[in-house]
Ligand binder design. Structure first.
Ligand SMILES: NC(=O)c1ccc[n+]([C@@H]2O[C@H](COP(=O)([O-])OP(=O)(O)OC[C@H]3O[C@@H](n4cnc5c(N)ncnc54)[C@H](O)[C@@H]3O)[C@@H](O)[C@H]2O)c1
Length: 384
């Protein structure tokens, strides 16, 4: 078993998810490499005790990320910090010669993403990937294989969405994800956008143009100290894109919704692909169920529903009939990262983590979406 020694920069919500995935690596009996957490860094040192109390392998805690990057015992870094720090810290990680799993949106804006891409290009020897776990859900992996097998025929429409609802409560106090200086001008697109783009981009469904409608529904929030402050980030983004299907040359509409205010939706990731020969639909609301319809002329048009269970790409000790959940998708995503680090290639097309190039596509799309909304017009998405 090969050990990859990891440092974590940003020990909040997502830092703990990775550490917990590393702690249950024994779930994945087929893996021939494993992560070991050896160093943690956060501006808030009160977070360290959870890590040091649970991981005896940690030998460094620091509030200064450059100290972690100077540590020769660190081979790779998971960086899960607020968006305004991605540009500076992601570049520093790569320039220090460490492999990187960076959180989305991989730069607060296009300029930051371009700067990160310079370091990526300068270090082809490193594996640099962007965290995006939803494609690792068994039903979504199955959809990926259907795309590879070209079962859909001519694509009629694709709809992808990531929907939250907790911001419907105007009394929810503001945090950095709702402040432009930390979260970015993209607002909800920066937070949720890579999640909806990953599968379509991997399928080759890259928008030619976008018409975006962005809304700021709750415009002020409690500041958590008894006062109220403006809340200026976009809550909901609805993007209508036109996409050329490479295999047929035909053009189809694709909607991408990233909503923080979607009544009744706690954390719903959704994909729907409608084609002339087959259609498929999956939502995390019903995490076991894959809906599928195949069609030939003269057939009845009848949707079938398949319970997927725990049919994972990277074999797991969990019984095949048991439900798959969010921490499982994180574990599978990390298995994909470690597999690619060890073998120099992803296990399969749809079981590879999101690439820096895919983040660059997403930044061009979100930047065009901002221009579209500002000008009330359709904007061409320019991919250099
Ligand atoms: N993949 C997913 O499903 C998913 C889910 C939520 C968030 N995220 C992404 O993860 C990243 C972090 O989000 P989170 O929810 O974990 O946020 P969080 O606020 O829980 O954690 C961020 C941590 O970064 C620390 N930090 C701030 N400045 C720092 C600095 N200079 N040096 C070191 N640490 C610093 C903070 O103290 C905090 O503990 C963001 O990019 C976000 O978009 C991804």
């Amino acid at each position: 078993m090969k050990t990859i020694r990891f440092g974590i920069i940003g020990c909040g919500l997502m830092g703990r998810e990775f550490a917990s995935a590393a702690a249950r690596w024994c779930h994945l009996p087929g893996m021939t490499s494993r992560p070991e957490i050896v160093a943690v860094c956060d501006a808030n040192p009160t977070l360290f005790s959870w890590y040091t109390g649970n991981f005896s392998s940690i030998t460094q805690t620091t509030a200064d990320y450059s100290e972690l990057l100077e540590n020769p015992a660190v081979d790779a870094v998971y960086c899960a910090v607020p968006h305004h720090l991605h540009g500076e810290i992601f570049r520093a990680v790569i320039d220090a010669g460490k492999h990187l799993m960076g959180e989305k949106p991989f730069g607060i804006d296009l300029a930051a993403n371009d700067a990160i891409m310079e370091s990526v290009t300068a270090h082809p020897e490193l594996l640099v990937r962007c965290s995006s776990e939803f494609p690792f859900i068994p039903a979504v992996q199955r959809i990926g294989r259907m795309i590879e097998q070209n079962v859909f025929g001519t694509i009629i429409e694709v709809n992808a969405a990531f929907l939250h609802s907790s911001d419907l409560d105007p009394q929810k106090p503001i945090n950095w994800k709702r402040m432009v200086q930390f979260n970015g001008e993209y607002g909800c697109m920066g937070d949720l956008g890579m999640h909806v783009c990953h599968l379509p981009f991997r399928a080759g469904w890259v928008p030619n143009s976008v018409r975006a409608v962005l809304t700021n529904i709750v415009q002020e929030r409690p500041d958590g100290k008894g006062g109220t402050v403006p809340c200026e980030t976009w809550d909901n983004a609805t993007l209508l894109c036109d996409v050329t299907q490479q295999e047929t040359g035909s053009v189809f509409p694709m909607s991408l919704k990233t909503w923080r205010i979607a009544p009744g939706e706690k954390d719903t990731w959704f994909i729907e692909i409608l084609g002339t020969q087959a259609s498929a639909r999956f939502s995390t609301k019903n995490p076991k169920q894959l809906e599928f319809m195949s069609y030939s002329p003269g057939d009845e048009q009848s949707w079938s529903v398949l319970d997927m269970g725990h049919e994972t790409t990277f074999p797991s000790i969990t019984g095949g009939i048991f439900e798959f959940g969010f921490p499982d998708s994180i574990l599978q995503m990390w298995a994909a990262f470690l597999f690619e680090l060890e073998h120099g290639r992803p296990f399969s097309r749809f079981s590879g983590c999101a690439t820096p190039e895919e983040t660059a596509l997403s930044h061009r799309l979100f930047t065009a979406a901002l221009e579209s909304h500002r000008g009330n017009k359709t904007v061409a998405v320019k991919f250099s």
